[in-house]
Write a protein of this length. Structure first.
Length: 253
């Protein structure tokens, strides 16, 4: 079993398919990740990372969304499961049969990624209250079936976003949370512009240039804290991660 320290060298962001602009905060001698095509938009990318040496990546995600209403801020927590499996360095995904976490089967999407979706019967999604993730994978397309409980580390804890709910692009923006704990890395996003920092970071500055491509109007800011391990399962390098995401609705001007 291995636990890698996060670096831009090992990062393959699953969100690249959403066309985000990725800017890693790192040491000067760390090579710059290739920027994806398509430029900046205010679309919301996935916050779930993946890694170049991975054959599969399985994530339990706690999402906390805060919305401003006439009666004050309302925050809702939803539990989500995400999993992807690949035989070609994530150029494409493969179907491995039934995949479940904490008793909930994930839904295979048209591109063979797996996600869970809250329903009317279960509007808060998957229950991660015990901080464990219990995975079951049936196996197919070169992946052996397995079950794996991940009690080795807890979900990161992260406070609500405390930054302004108005982003003035020309002024830049500082995205802040008051505290974070038990994270390997932090991902800060304003709309589709993202930066990755060390696990102890509680704020991140975005320059006017970095925000200039965002569209005006309603958008989201997000702060994601995550930790992970990886290990061999049937000859495949499998990553298991836990992530907590704080999301706030903002107006971009």
């Amino acid at each position: 079993m291995n636990k890698h320290h996060f670096s831009s060298r090992s990062l393959f962001v699953f969100a690249l398919s959403a066309g985000i602009v990725l800017t890693a905060c790192k040491k000067d001698d760390d090579p710059e990740p290739a920027a994806p095509d398509g430029g900046s938009t205010s679309s919301t990318p996935s916050t779930t990372p993946n890694f170049v040496d991975a054959d599969a990546s399985l994530w339990g995600v706690k999402t906390w969304t805060t919305t401003t209403t006439p009666i004050g801020n309302v925050t809702v927590e939803i539990g989500v499961g995400i999993a992807v499996f690949s035989n070609d360095d994530f150029a494409s995904f493969v179907n491995v049969g039934t995949v479940g976490v904490n008793g909930t089967d994930l839904t295979a999407q048209s591109n063979n990624s797996y996600t869970s979706t809250p329903s009317q019967a279960n509007p808060l999604g998957i229950d991660f209250s015990n901080s464990n993730t219990d995975w079951t994978v049936a196996g197919d397309n070169g992946f052996a079936g397995f079950t794996r409980s991940v009690p080795e580390f807890a979900f990161p804890a992260i406070d609500a976003v405390s930054s302004s709910d108005v982003v003035v692009r020309a002024n830049g923006y500082t995205l802040t949370v008051q505290a974070v704990a038990s994270a390997d890395s932090m991902l800060f996003l304003v709309g589709s512009v993202a930066k990755t920092l060390v696990g102890s970071a509680t704020s991140c500055d975005f320059t006017a240039d970095e925000l200039s491509g965002l569209a005006t109007g309603t958008s989201l800011v997000q702060v994601a804290a995550y930790s992970y391990i990886n290990e061999d399962q049937g000859g495949k390098n499998i990553y298991f991660g836990k992530e907590t995401v704080r999301t706030k609705t903002v107006t971009i001007q």
